[in-house]
Design a protein around this ligand. Structure first.
Ligand code: ATP
Ligand code: MG
Length: 432
């Protein structure tokens, strides 16, 4: 049983997950002592959060937030610090994006709400998951899937350009994530190498939805300038409205150029020159870049958005033909996750059953689940549920990177083993 069971000599212990209080002191004093009560991990944790001095101190000084134990810093952004943390019940590592409310003006608040709402709708192997949102009087915390393999920018700066095969595998995963987002009308608007993270098993995770937006349909025009200048599409410099998808596509072209050459296509000493180069589409592709990859880059970096490749053209390009993808889409989290867990007809689903029994082992009762809808990011029950769901999907190989046909496979790699097991049973869309 995860976390083990604990014995305490208390007469009664009733906890409420929301108030985090118990009524063990409330009974009449002359009541007969009852047999020792075995506490579930959830009961033990909630009791510690109310009564254990060390735990309370950690909560006060920020070494704990909700059900998470906070560790060292792993990144910094414009508005945020990102720390490593662990869920005290499931023991899973997570990334905690911490935002100081005092530093957020109304625009930053708006962007943050969009970041949360975009991430709540996204569930894809190549997109960082949002597990939970926590709030204290001074701070906001986004509990995110942890990507322990660093970011693409640092990787290329430290190790140089990627090999042709690694570029294919990396780019195919970014493409898969973007296709999925655009299909549900979410535009990222800040694609850059710093926002492409890797897990420890080299699976790509697109992160940082701070500039993302949801459009009612993909032909809606946008007018807010977002992103980082070296990745910005020409239309963003022209004081015009722009369409969302081509802007992400352009940034992917810049990313691809950066991956295969280790340099940026558009560089200049001044912003004015950078702008001019981007608007005219002036860049030089080294001749040693393989032909099929050159054709793809040229198809993407077209200054006129209507002439630029669409995502589906990129998917069908020659360069990506040898990429074997286990899947590009994971089924979305059920709209009513709670119902799926509670309804008996869903019990035959192996995954649901697994999550339900893990929740039970941790001490979540049917009543706890009934008090939550499991789609409210601000509930600790949702946080644990989403972590367990993702754990289960990972066991089924959901975070396995694709492979390039003909490439020598390393049998020691977990991901590939899982991938092989899934190839023929996959119920998800295949990238083609
Ligand atoms: P900016 O707008 O300046 O890009 P931000 O405030 O939106 O920053 P993020 O880009 O989300 O913050 O995160 C900042 C850094 O923290 C990232 O570049 C990365 O190094 C690290 N980081 C963020 N999320 C994760 C994660 N899920 N796993 C591991 N590291 C992460
Ligand atoms: Mg970022």
């Amino acid at each position: 049983m995860p976390g083990g069971q604990y014995q305490v000599m208390s007469t009664k212990f009733h906890h409420s997950l929301y108030s985090l209080t118990d009524s063990s002191d409330a009974g009449p004093e002359d009541e007969e002592p009852e047999a020792p009560v075995r506490l579930t991990p959830l009961q033990k944790l909630t009791m510690d959060m109310c009564k254990d001095e060390k735990t309370i101190k950690e909560l006060i000084i920020g070494r704990r937030v909700g059900f998470y134990k906070v560790r060292g810093e792993i990144g910094q952004g414009t508005f945020s610090r990102v720390k490593l943390a662990f869920n005290a019940l499931t023991k899973d590592k997570v990334a905690l994006k911490i935002l100081d409310k005092a530093r957020l003006d109304s625009q930053a608040h708006r962007l943050l709400s969009r970041e949360i709402s975009s991430m709540e709708s996204l569930q894809h192997p190549n997109v960082i998951r949002l597990y939970e949102v926590l709030e204290t009087p001074s701070r906001l915390y986004l509990v995110l899937e942890y990507a322990g393999g660093g970011d693409l920018h640092n990787k290329i700066c430290n190790e140089g350009k990627l090999s042709d095969n690694t570029s294919k595998i990396t780019f195919a995963q970014i493409l898969s994530a973007i296709k999925y987002m655009h299909n549900i009308n979410i535009i990222h608007r800040d694609l850059k190498a710093e926002n492409v993270l890797f897990t420890s098993s080299s699976c790509v995770k697109v992160a940082d939805f701070g500039f993302s937006t949801r459009v009612s349909n993909r032909s809606v025009t946008l007018d807010t300038y977002c992103g980082s200048p070296p990745y910005a599409a020409p239309e963003l410099f022209m004081d015009e409205c722009y369409l969302g998808p081509p802007v992400d596509v352009w940034a992917m072209g810049v990313l691809l150029f950066f991956m295969v050459t280790g340099t940026m296509p558009f560089r200049a000493e001044t912003m004015g020159k950078l702008r001019r180069n981007i608007i005219k589409g002036i860049y030089t592709l080294p001749p040693w870049v393989p032909g099929p990859c050159q054709r793809l880059i040229r198809g993407i970096l077209k200054p006129v958005p209507a002439e630029r490749y669409a995502v589906d053209q990129m998917l069908g390009c020659d360069w990506l033909l040898p990429v074997e993808f286990p899947w590009s889409l994971v089924p979305p989290e059920p709209t009513n996750a709670l119902q799926s867990l509670l309804e008996s007809e869903c019990r035959d689903l192996e995954e649901e059953e697994e999550i339900r029994s893990s929740l039970e082992e941790l001490g979540f009762t049917t009543q706890h689940l009934q008090n939550n809808q499991l789609n409210d990011s601000r509930s600790p029950v949702t946080g644990v549920y989403r972590i367990l769901l993702h754990q289960s999907q990972k066991r089924r190989g959901c975070d396995s990177p694709p492979v390039v046909r003909g490439m020598v496979r390393d049998p020691k790699r977990e991901g590939l083993r899982a991938y092989r097991g899934l190839r023929h049973t996959s119920k998800f869309c295949v990238l083609s």
